[in-house]
Design a protein around this ligand. Structure first.
Ligand code: CP
Length: 362
């Protein structure tokens, strides 16, 4: 029998399912208490839900500000950032403000987090102060699940450690669909015949993970490319079981480029290398997106990068600022996608439990 726990918000339903044992019990418990309009992992969204987020982003982007500002007028959105960010933080904040919401930024550098306050207590404090939605960036994989469970509020994962960056995958998808002229409804065959190379530090990349979990479900063939220390063989197993596309590993960047319509470059995450010594000159010679290589092997490909870029390392300025680059377009798409996610998180429909969580597809 389900037992309903009362929460601080009448609209937030917190339902615990009957006890089960072991790992299954733990998974069931976490799945059942998080707010249904949270976005913690890209795997929780069905393709229909991805489609409705993309459609809402289109609608909100076109809407006159006088109308969109009324949507979430004076609703309270907290941005909780435990790790540096430029694009994600600014775009979430601008997105919330464009919808009329009040925002507050809590950073680990200037809050009681510095004094040792736990994530749970910080979340409960923000909730007591009236926050109705929390956007969390954390260096710890899984932290958004803990926050969502502790607060019962909709939590939007703005990047957690080496785990996921679901809003980045959605804005990347919007960019890809626009560039390929495939805007409109999506299905498991929308990206059939499209090859997308993701190159660089795959092992530490939450962006790579979220994209590799999403794009094959639309039929894309995703090539992961990089040297073994940054791309273990097991990475190819990430392809979701229900995907119509695939994930493969290719160590030769030139060969990967020659097959790709889309090329997504990633930075080497120096802060997560933990003693791993890389020969950067060798890395550049094998994996850098430079003009010579792109002209030779991928003259018509779309070049993407989630940022921040390390110019001169994984990508040269000629390529980053060149005609094939859509890097600024990715950033712009971040605002529309994040408006849709915040609107979804605070919509009447979601708070009335109208949005269902997709069970982990893997
Ligand atoms: N893409 C991305 O997450 O960038 P930021 O770290 O600047 O937010």
């Amino acid at each position: 029998m389900a037992v309903k726990k009362k929460s601080s918000k009448a609209s937030t339903r917190v339902v615990r399912k009957p006890a089960a044992s072991g790992k299954k019990a733990a998974q069931q418990s976490i799945q059942s208490v998080i707010h249904p309009a949270s976005l913690l992992s890209i795997t929780q969204l069905s393709l229909e839900e991805v489609q409705s987020i993309l459609a809402l982003a289109d609608q909100l982007e076109k809407e006159p500000p006088i109308r969109s500002e009324q949507r979430l007028f004076k609703r309270r959105v907290a941005l909780l950032f435990y790790e540096s960010s430029t694009r994600t933080r600014t775009s979430f904040e601008l997105a919330a403000k464009a919808l009329g919401a009040d925002t507050t930024l809590v950073s680990d550098k200037s809050s009681s987090i510095e004094k040792g306050e736990s994530l749970k207590d910080t979340g409960l404090t923000l909730r007591a102060l009236g926050a109705e939605c929390i956007i969390l960036r954390s260096p710890y994989s899984g932290a958004p699940y803990l926050l969502a469970e502790a607060t019962g509020l909709p939590v939007l994962n703005a990047g957690d450690g080496m785990h996921e960056h679901p809003s980045q995958a959605l804005l990347d998808l919007r960019t890809i669909l626009n560039r390929l002229g495939k805007s409109g409804s999506i299905s498991s065959s929308t990206l059939k015949g499209v090859t997308i190379t993701i190159c660089g530090d795959i092992f530490h990349s939450r962006v790579a993970r979220s994209n590799a979990l999403l794009l094959p479900r639309l039929g894309a063939r995703v090539i992961l490319c990089g040297p073994a220390p940054l791309l273990p063989e097991t990475a190819a197993q990430i392809a979701p079981k229900d995907a119509s596309g695939s994930v493969v590993i290719e160590r030769d960047f030139d060969r990967a480029l020659a097959q790709s319509q889309i090329v997504m470059m990633l930075r080497i995450q120096a802060e997560r290398l933990a003693g791993l010594a890389l020969d950067l000159e060798e890395y550049k010679s094998r994996y850098q997106a430079n003009a010579e290589r792109i002209v030779r092997y991928a003259a018509k490909s779309v070049i993407m990068h989630p940022g921040p870029m390390i110019r001169g390392l994984e990508i040269t300025s000629e390529v980053a600022d060149g005609p094939q680059s859509v890097i600024e377009e990715q950033v712009r798409n971040g605002v529309a996608i994040r408006m849709a996610l915040i609107a979804r998180a605070l919509s009447e429909q979601s708070t009335a439990s109208g949005i269902s969580m997709r069970k982990n597809s893997r």
